[in-house]
Design a protein around this ligand. Structure first.
Ligand code: ARG
Length: 492
């Protein structure tokens, strides 16, 4: 009988589950067919909005890269100046959106950015998907290797059997695949990671545009730029726009022509080099990233524990209540959340809300994910705290004429808190560590910042080591403080 009852309960739980999922699917499919067919309203739209959104992959110094300007992490470079010029000429503000290079064209064609200015070469394949402006630069293909290996590589044949890095969906990837016989090509999303792998001996070299390779070699003296005899001509770099954006193109070409006439691009490059050469210590350059990251991490943890406690209390009360509907809701929630990784939940909330038309920022999505996640654990903490109070206490309260809520407030909860409090403290510590996965959705917490520093400094270990130390100081410090409070408030 008991088995049957249990079985029934779980069948209901599963049914609710699938019902909520089919709802989600319905919205996913409803989203289809919305592909807009705008005509050439692009320019008007930008002007109406009064800012221009430009997509870039900021891993390409001196064209676009991260730098600390006045203590702030900023995307700078010659392409940024080109973008600024275009925006100025249109009479609008500039907004830069950072994306992986391989995601740029897709982002533009779905309307997330107005144009792409990212050292993008005009290629016949791309011309089928986008409209290019007049070129403002020409790019030549080169390679970076470790200086120590300089003598090993005389020509393209010497890369036989070597692993060579290239950025995903770039000309460099094609060159690496087609023109280095016998080389294994490793395609990565970010140019910074590729160079980092060369420096750290994970790969033997990388194909990069000459101007970019030079700039990396300038920053890290263990690198050397070589020009193997590739059979590619210099390729034109231009602004990419949606295929139908004719009037936008005319406008952009006006700006580019001024840039050319006045020789502005050289000036843009020079000022980029200047920013790059402002050499300072590791901490002066990147300290801010860690401080910002730590603050965000603490914010996430505080939000998670605060809202998690509210959600958790309700869920715990629902779970121990006599009402079977409330019981089932609480059970589904607690089991589902505890049975799936936070990483997956964060993705589901971030992209799921997008599907239903809610545009949550990574921070909001991360905070919601953390609160919902923590709520399930807090619910169990509270429930088991309440259950740890002997049944006799409840009966005694009842025989004294206490109502349910009175006995909860004056008899059960004060005793339950004794075991709830330390477990809640643990939860706070756990949440600090767990928030590190939110970097995947772009929440700017500590781990996210550490990975920016990894990329920018080409040091794969130091930034994560610093992050580890910060996490440790936070968690250790907090558990010490909580232990202190505990001994003080529960001393008999
Ligand atoms: N010029 C090359 C191409 O168009 C690479 C551009 C990469 N740009 C970047 N910002 N990472 O394929």
């Amino acid at each position: 009988m008991i088995v049957m009852k249990q079985l029934k309960k779980w069948i209901i739980v599963l049914a609710i589950f699938f019902m909520s999922f089919s709802g989600a699917f319905a919205t996913i499919f409803a989203d289809d067919g919305k592909a807009k067919t705008q005509n050439d309203e692009y320019l008007t739209k930008i002007k109406k909005r009064s800012y221009l959104i430009v997509g870039m992959s900021a891993d390409y110094a001196p064209l676009e890269f991260h730098a600390t300007v006045k203590g702030q992490d900023t995307i700078v470079g010659a392409d940024v100046r080109v973008a600024q010029k275009i925006a100025n000429d249109m009479g609008v503000k500039l907004q830069i959106k950072e994306l992986g290079f391989d995601a740029l064209i897709g982002a533009m064609n779905t309307g997330k950015v107005d144009m792409v200015i990212s050292g993008m070469s005009e290629t016949p394949e791309r011309e089928k998907q986008v409209l290019f402006s007049e070129p403002y630069m020409y790019e030549e293909q080169a390679m970076v290797i470790r200086k120590a290996d300089e003598k090993k590589y005389k020509g393209i044949m010497d890369f036989n059997g070597k692993t060579i890095g290239a950025q995903k969906q770039t000309m460099q990837e094609t060159v690496a695949k087609q023109q280095l016989p016998g080389a294994k090509v490793r395609s990565l999303e970010k140019a910074t990671d590729i160079v980092g792998q060369v420096i750290n001996k994970k790969i033997d070299g990388a194909v990069l545009a000459g101007i970019i390779a030079d700039s990396y070699a300038y920053q890290d003296k263990s690198l050397k730029v070589i020009y193997p005899k590739f059979v590619t001509e210099k390729s034109p770099t231009a602004v990419a726009m949606p295929l139908k954006a004719q009037s936008l193109k005319t406008q952009v070409n006006k700006s580019i022509n001024t840039i050319k006439k006045q020789g502005l691009f050289k000036k843009y490059l020079t000022s980029s080099y200047k920013i790059q050469s402002q050499n300072s210590s590791f901490w002066a350059k990147y300290g801010n990233f860690f401080i910002t990251g730590t603050l965000w991490t603490l914010a996430f943890a505080a939000i998670a524990v605060f809202f998690g406690s509210i959600i958790g209390t309700f869920m715990a009360l629902m779970k121990i209540s006599k009402n079977w509907i409330l019981k089932i809701i609480a059970n589904v929630y607690i089991e589902f959340i505890r049975g799936t990784p936070l990483l997956v939940q964060a993705f589901m909330i971030f992209f799921g809300t997008q599907i239903i038309g809610l545009n949550l920022s990574p921070f909001m999505a991360g905070a919601v994910a953390m609160a919902i996640n923590s709520g399930a654990y807090v619910a169990e903490i509270i429930r088991s705290g309440i259950n740890s109070v002997p049944l006799g206490q409840k009966e005694a309260a009842a025989s004294l004429g206490f109502s349910y809520s009175q006995s909860m407030r004056f008899v059960i909860m004060p005793q339950a808190l004794k075991s709830i409090w330390p477990a809640l403290g643990n939860e706070f510590v756990t949440v600090i560590k767990e928030s590190s996965v939110l970097s995947v959705i772009g929440a700017t917490e500590l781990m996210f910042q550490a990975s920016i520093v990894q990329g920018a400094s080409f040091k794969p270990f130091l930034p994560v080591f610093i992050a580890a130390m910060i996490y440790f100081v936070l968690t250790f410090g907090i558990s010490r403080i909580l232990a202190l409070i505990e001994t003080h408030s529960f001393k008999h």
